[in-house]
Design a binder for this molecule. Structure first.
Ligand code: FDP
Length: 278
């Protein structure tokens, strides 16, 4: 596992440099979701593949930017699901973006997840590693990730990040979000899953939601690359993650790009979601 973390650190440093200095324009390709890929999406994906290809312990990888799994080493143990540059539609406005990694063994369901890692490319580069607990690291001048602190969620937070097109929200979802704001919660939503979930984790708690809507009945966020890794992080930090009714980590996708509605938060907010959706 440690060599995977080291490969992620090397990738993060290379991706950070690409974000800072490369062309931020679009390529001529689309990914399997139909999004036009940025040149940076493609480059970040290649960087990660190159770094993971060096490790015999990795059996295969599955990227948000590719339709199918890429086999690496037949005798490898781990499968890694990753989103090389999540929130890349924010690149042109210079907001924070991230990379997300789920490290799986034996399959790609929530139950097969062994560790989750994400990187935030913001004013500073931060790395969060969730295994038994959740640890925050920050990149220093020498190119090293220095341990900052353990991340632990409080039982109840103050932030609310309500995703998806409001026009398509179910009335019960709208009522719940309105009630949360009426209880004094503050709006925090940049449109980048990584910085938005990172903010809630570091400020002690709150709710991030990307529900099922009339335009995306299964939500937008992809299980293997986005939803499972963050569900793992939130649970290990002492919070919860559900799809409305079920625990996210009990779900299994039938295709690598399957999505799920998702709610991540501290326990008090997730209890509210359960009451709303039961
Ligand atoms: P993006 O399309 O820019 O890659 O991964 C999808 C994602 O960003 C998440 O990072 C973000 O939370 C979500 O989409 C935002 O979607 P909405 O604009 O529909 O709220």
């Amino acid at each position: 596992m440690q060599e995977i973390i080291e490969a992620i650190k090397r990738s993060a440093i290379r991706i950070k440099e690409a974000i800072e200095f490369d062309d931020t324009g679009y390529s001529e390709n689309t990914n399997s979701t139909g999004d036009t890929q940025l040149k940076l999406d493609i480059k970040s994906d290649l960087i990660i593949e190159e770094e993971f290809a060096k490790l015999p312990c990795i059996k295969e990888i599955v990227s948000e930017e590719k339709e199918d799994k890429t086999p690496l080493h037949v005798n490898g143990i781990y499968g890694i699901g990753y989103d090389p540059l999540d929130g890349s539609s924010l690149i042109d406005v210079n907001l924070s973006v991230g990379s997300i990694f789920g490290i799986y063994e034996g399959g790609y369901s929530g139950a097969h997840l062994k560790a989750a890692v994400y990187v935030v490319y913001g004013p500073r580069v931060e790395l969060v590693i969730a295994m038994d607990d959740v640890k925050l690291y920050r990149l220093n001048k020498k190119g090293e990730f220095v341990f900052i602190k353990d991340i632990v969620l409080k039982e109840k937070g103050k932030l609310n990040a309500p995703g998806a097109t409001q026009m398509g929200w179910e009335p019960r979802h709208k009522a719940m979000i309105d009630a949360i704001f009426m209880d004094g919660y503050r709006l925090r939503y940049s449109g980048g899953m990584v910085p938005d979930l990172h903010q809630i984790l570091l400020k002690g708690g709150g709710l991030f939601s990307y529900p099922s809507t009339s335009d995306v009945p299964n939500g937008k966020l992809r299980m293997i690359f986005e939803v499972f890794p963050f569900a793992f992080v939130y649970e290990k930090a002492g919070g919860s993650a559900i799809d409305g009714k079920r625990r996210i980590l009990d779900l299994s996708p039938s295709h690598p790009h399957d999505t799920a509605p998702c709610f991540f938060g501290s326990n008090a907010e997730i209890e509210r979601v359960k009451k709303c959706y039961e």
